[in-house]
Design a protein around this ligand. Structure first.
Ligand SMILES: Cc1ncc(COP(=O)(O)O)c(C=O)c1O
Length: 346
């Protein structure tokens, strides 16, 4: 957890925190917490083969952790996943099957496989343990705020499990007397190209109308979310809200978090950052309230969607004069500015 003063200044919050799973061990997303619990139970049940249907991060985490536990892994993903997420699964020796379809097709197929073979699919027949694993995020938020609860939490949503389980974690800590009771409002974040839960919240309903995903935020691209109805109800019951942002805003969100806080997040984090800015601008989140932004994954996994935003620049000869020419070319006569000017002979 880091205090996000610079981002807060940009978006208009004096009490903004980032829970940063971009650096989660071992595969750089919050799914590492989820999978630790699911695979501990897969072992207890005696499964030799484990697997999952995944939008990428879960695949990476199941592959890495099953390698360490000595379990065989068979992982199914939509064929159009980001290359880095494919590579980050294969490197651990997992069997990866790319399915010609979207996540909802993949998930349906996994249910059939889990019924047919005695395999432990972390988000199908082991789903209760997978879901409980998401509570770690809530426990860590409370602990790292000094054993207190925030006023607001902003959470990216795909299947809708994480946001619900953060709430469950907070409720358990209150029940155990480890934190003081507090009304926490939950805010969900989705990309407009796949926003079934956000739409349900906006329409004040538990009914999810499935969508066909079309967004660069592929880790959140679940058109028919399993926990969608419960997530929509919980968000509304806490007095929260859900918003969705365009792919252009997702990329700006990634850049804004990197430039202000030095945290490089993946597309899901771009969604969360852009949605948080919108919620503050709408007045749904107050400037002085304690707000935690859940940054759930790492930007090095989704570089394909931002690489065209940056020019690498030409190679410069290793001479001071060439360097000065180049900097002046880039920044207009920057080296003539008093604070940057080099003394003659430097
Ligand atoms: C980076 C990232 N953030 C958030 C989520 C959303 O999790 P959930 O499916 O529990 O809503 C996912 C799911 O894959 C994810 O990969």
């Amino acid at each position: 957890m880091v205090r996000a003063k610079n981002l807060g200044k940009r978006v208009g919050s004096q009490n903004l925190f980032v829970k940063n799973y971009a650096v989660c061990f071992p595969t750089l997303s919050f799914k590492d917490r989820v999978v630790a619990v699911a695979l501990a139970n897969a072992r207890a049940f005696g499964f030799d083969v484990v697997g999952c249907s995944s939008t990428g991060n879960l695949a990476n985490s199941v592959a890495a952790q099953s390698a360490r536990l000595g379990l065989k892994a068979c992982i199914l993903v939509p064929a159009d996943l980001e290359p880095a997420k494919i590579l980050n699964t294969l490197i651990y020796g997992a069997r990866l099957v790319r399915i010609d379809g979207n996540y909802d097709h993949v998930n349906r197929l996994c249910s059939l496989i889990a019924d047919q073979y005695n395999w432990g699919f972390v988000n199908v027949n082991l789903r209760p343990y997978y879901a409980e694993g998401s509570k770690s995020v809530g426990y860590e938020i409370a602990e790292q705020l000094g054993w207190r609860l925030p006023d607001n939490v902003v959470v990216p949503m795909a299947g809708g499990s994480l946001i619900r389980k953060i709430k469950k974690a907070f409720d358990e800590l209150v029940y155990l007397g480890l934190v003081a009771e507090k009304h926490v409002r939950f805010f969900g974040a989705q990309a407009t190209g796949c926003s079934p839960i956000a739409q349900a919240v906006k329409n004040n309903t538990d009914t999810i109308t499935p969508q066909r995903p079309n967004t660069i935020a592929r880790s959140l691209a679940i058109g028919n979310p399993a926990d969608g109805p419960f997530a929509s109800r919980m968000i509304r019951e806490t007095g929260g809200w859900a918003e969705d942002v365009s792919d252009v805003e997702v990329v700006s969100g990634i850049q804004e978090l990197a430039e202000t806080e030095g945290i490089f997040t993946e597309t899901a984090g771009g969604v969360t950052t852009a949605v948080t800015a919108r919620l503050i601008a709408q007045g749904r989140i107050g400037a002085d309230e304690t707000t935690v932004l859940c940054i759930t994954g790492n930007g090095l996994k989704t570089t394909d969607c931002i690489s065209n935003r940056f020019e690498m620049g030409r190679a410069v000869r290793p001479r001071l004069a060439d360097f000065e020419d180049y900097i002046n070319e880039l920044d207009g006569n920057a080296l003539a500015e008093p604070e940057l000017a080099l003394a003659e002979g430097d």
